[in-house]
Write a protein that binds this ligand. Structure first.
Ligand code: FO1
Length: 313
């Protein structure tokens, strides 16, 4: 038996962490399909932020305060790079740099991003029954249109602290990007499909837009397909998902997210704060609603949430 989860960013990794524990208890394999639209190059290194956030979270190494990078990492190399005139707006810890150096080296040696990710997961101690799968091995770069200029994702998100209005999103390279064989096999074998509480526009959408992904998921009507709202009380817990939805013409609410996923999912998880939206979501989208406490402050919260949802399917 196996499950599939789509994820990106910190919220996605936190929920995936809970799913991994329940999958272990139920002797399941969990295939986590991760967004690679945030990937970029810095200091000549190949950086995959959403993959690394997933690697570090599932191996227990993630910085608990930021959700990204490695706990207690140091920044000697980062500071020296700044001294040498290198870019310093994107903080890369010394241990984190080892990941990027190793990934860059293996990619240059001809390994695919999927092979590199599997290698790093094994070296970092991610449980074997959790498979972290990049959505594609092909280059995809999320860009956002702001005041007439297209911004690379990390430039928007980190350098400009997503403090600029956007009017459009695009995924450069998506037309020729293909989902990997591992991803299509995972979807084919899946007995439950999860959308983690990630940004619908720039974490989940790039995955859906890759190759035949959307069609594959829409066709899987015979299994429970459940999404967890990343928006609570109209706000995103972390990052700009709420503002981005408003700026791109969607409603920044759990109902707005449910509308976004209505063609693919049949079950939607609202936070208890949004319980009043239950009938609107059910009537407008036809999805079954589960109301739960979806804020994950620690691993116990993640496991409790995953367990609660799975029991309700
Ligand atoms: N996010 C920030 O806001 N500031 C940073 O300096 C930063 C560095 C960083 C380094 C490695 C990494 O894997 C992620 C990092 N992030 C940082 C998060 C990154 O912007 C992710 O794209 C977000 O988590 C959204 O997915």
């Amino acid at each position: 038996m196996s499950w599939v989860a789509l994820a990106g960013g910190v919220g996605g990794a936190k929920f995936a962490r809970g799913l991994v524990k329940i999958a272990q208890q139920q002797q399941q394999t969990l295939h986590i399909i991760v967004n690679t639209g945030d990937d970029f190059s810095m200091h000549g290194l190949a950086i995959s932020p959403d993959i690394d956030t997933m690697l570090y979270t599932l191996s227990g190494a993630a910085n608990p305060d930021t959700g990204w990078g490695i706990a207690e990492d140091t920044f000697a190399a980062h500071n020296q790079l700044a001294k040498l005139g290198g870019e310093s707006w994107f903080w890369l810890g010394d241990r984190d740099l080892a990941t990027h150096i190793m990934r860059t080296q293996l990619l240059r040696a001809g390994r695919t991003l999927t092979q590199v990710t599997s290698y790093l997961a094994q070296r970092l101690g991610v449980p074997n029954h959790a498979q972290i799968l990049p959505m594609t091995n092909d280059p995809v770069a999320t860009e956002l249109l702001s005041n007439g200029a297209w911004l690379a994702f990390q430039e928007y998100f980190v350098k400009l602290r997503h403090d600029v209005p956007i009017s459009a999103v695009r995924f450069q390279g998506i037309e020729s990007a293909q989902i990997t064989a591992e991803v299509s096999a995972a979807v084919a074998a899946a007995e439950i499909l999860f959308f983690c509480p990630s940004n619908p526009l720039v974490s989940i959408e790039p995955i859906l837009a890759t190759g035949a992904m959307r069609a594959l998921l829409t066709a899987k009507k015979n299994i429970p397909r459940v999404g967890v709202s990343p928006i609570i009380g109209g706000k995103a817990l972390k990052g700009p998902a709420d503002r981005m939805m408003t700026e791109l013409g969607a409603e920044s609410s759990a109902l707005g997210v449910a509308r976004y996923y209505r063609d693919i999912l049949d079950i939607f998880v609202l936070d208890s704060e949004d319980a009043a939206l239950q009938s609107a979501v059910e009537q407008e989208t036809g999805m079954r609603v589960i109301v739960a406490d979806t804020v994950m402050r620690n691993e116990e919260d993640s496991v409790r949430l995953a367990e609660y949802i799975i029991q309700k399917l």
